[in-house]
Design a protein around this ligand. Structure first.
Ligand code: DX5
Ligand code: ZN
Length: 233
C-alpha cells in the first residue's frame, strides 16, 4: 500500500510557488527553507545534480532528508541525474512528496514513473529546452502528476528565462487538457517578477524560483511574486 503524500494547496487553489534550494547557501539550507515557507512558499524544490547529466554536483537524498526533518515541508526532488531509477527509494525515504526525472535520462520512462508512484511519491517528467513538447505524447500521461518544463538549460541558477518556453507551456497545457490529465505544469528556470505573470497566463500551475526568491529580502520577494500570481489567475 503506497501512502498518498500530502497534496499542497496553492494560491487560490491553483498556482504553487516552490523556491529552489539551489540558490541558498548550502550551510544554511534549513534556516532559509523555513524563512521561505514562513513567507508563504507552498513547498520546496530540491535541485539534485550528479555532475554527469549536468556539470555541477549539488546534494543527495541525505541532505534533502535533513531539510525535510527540519521543515516537514512538501518537497519535490528534481533529479538532474543519469539513471534516476537508482535513487527513487532513497529520495522517497528522505521524505520528499514528489520525484521528477528527466525524459532525456530515461529510455524506459514509463517504468521509472511507475517505480516513483510505487514509492508513494508523485511522479513527474522534465523536458529540457531542446526537447520538443510533443515528447509528452510518448508517455503514459495517466502516470503523470506533473510535467516540468525547463525554461533554462539545467545546471545553474541565475540564468535568463528562455522565452520560447512560453509556447511550450501553452502547448503542453493544451495537450494535457485534451488528454483529460490534471498533471501540474511546473516551470523552472529564470522565473522572476517580470515574467511570472505571462508564465502563469500560459498555463503554469507550479513556479520554481531560486534567485527571484532567495536573492535579497525573502519575505518581500515571495510577496511580490504571490501578488502577481493572484492578479494573473
Ligand atoms: C537549473 C535549476 C534552476 C533553479 C532555479 O538546473 O533547476 O532552474 O531551479 O534557478 P533560478 O530561479 O535562479 O533560475
Ligand atoms: Zn529544478
Amino acid at each position: 500500500m503506497t501512502e498518498e503524500k500530502n497534496k499542497i494547496p496553492g494560491i487560490s487553489g491553483k498556482v504553487k510557488l516552490l523556491p529552489s534550494l539551489l540558490s541558498v547557501d548550502f550551510s544554511r539550507l534549513g534556516e532559509y527553507s523555513l524563512k521561505a515557507l514562513t513567507a508563504g512558499a507552498h513547498g520546496l524544490h530540491a535541485d539534485v545534480m550528479d555532475g554527469r547529466f549536468v556539470p555541477p554536483i549539488t546534494f543527495g537524498a541525505d541532505i534533502v532528508a535533513s531539510v525535510f526533518q527540519e521543515t516537514g515541508a512538501w518537497i519535490d526532488a528534481h533529479l538532474m541525474i543519469i539513471e534516476p531509477e537508482r535513487q527513487i527509494e532513497s529520495f522517497a525515504k528522505a521524505g520528499v512528496s514528489a520525484i521528477t526525472v528527466h525524459a532525456e535520462t530515461c529510455p524506459h520512462l514509463n517504468r521509472v514513473l511507475s517505480m516513483i508512484k510505487e514509492s508513494g511519491c508523485e511522479a513527474g517528467v522534465s523536458f529540457n529546452p531542446s526537447t520538443a513538447f510533443e515528447e509528452i505524447l510518448r508517455y503514459s500521461h495517466s502516470l503523470l502528476d506533473r510535467v516540468l518544463i525547463m525554461s533554462v538549460n539545467p545546471g545553474w541558477g541565475g540564468q535568463s528565462f528562455i522565452r520560447d518556453s512560453l509556447l511550450k507551456i501553452e502547448k503542453v497545457s493544451q495537450i494535457l487538457n485534451q488528454l483529460g490529465s490534471d498533471a501540474e505544469i511546473q516551470v523552472d528556470g529564470g522565473v522572476n517578477a517580470e515574467n511570472i505573470g505571462e508564465i502563469v497566463s500560459c498555463g503554469a500551475t507550479e513556479i520554481v524560483a531560486g534567485t527571484a526568491v532567495f536573492k535579497g529580502d525573502i519575505n518581500e520577494n515571495i510577496t511580490i511574486l504571490t501578488e502577481i500570481i493572484k492578479k494573473t489567475i
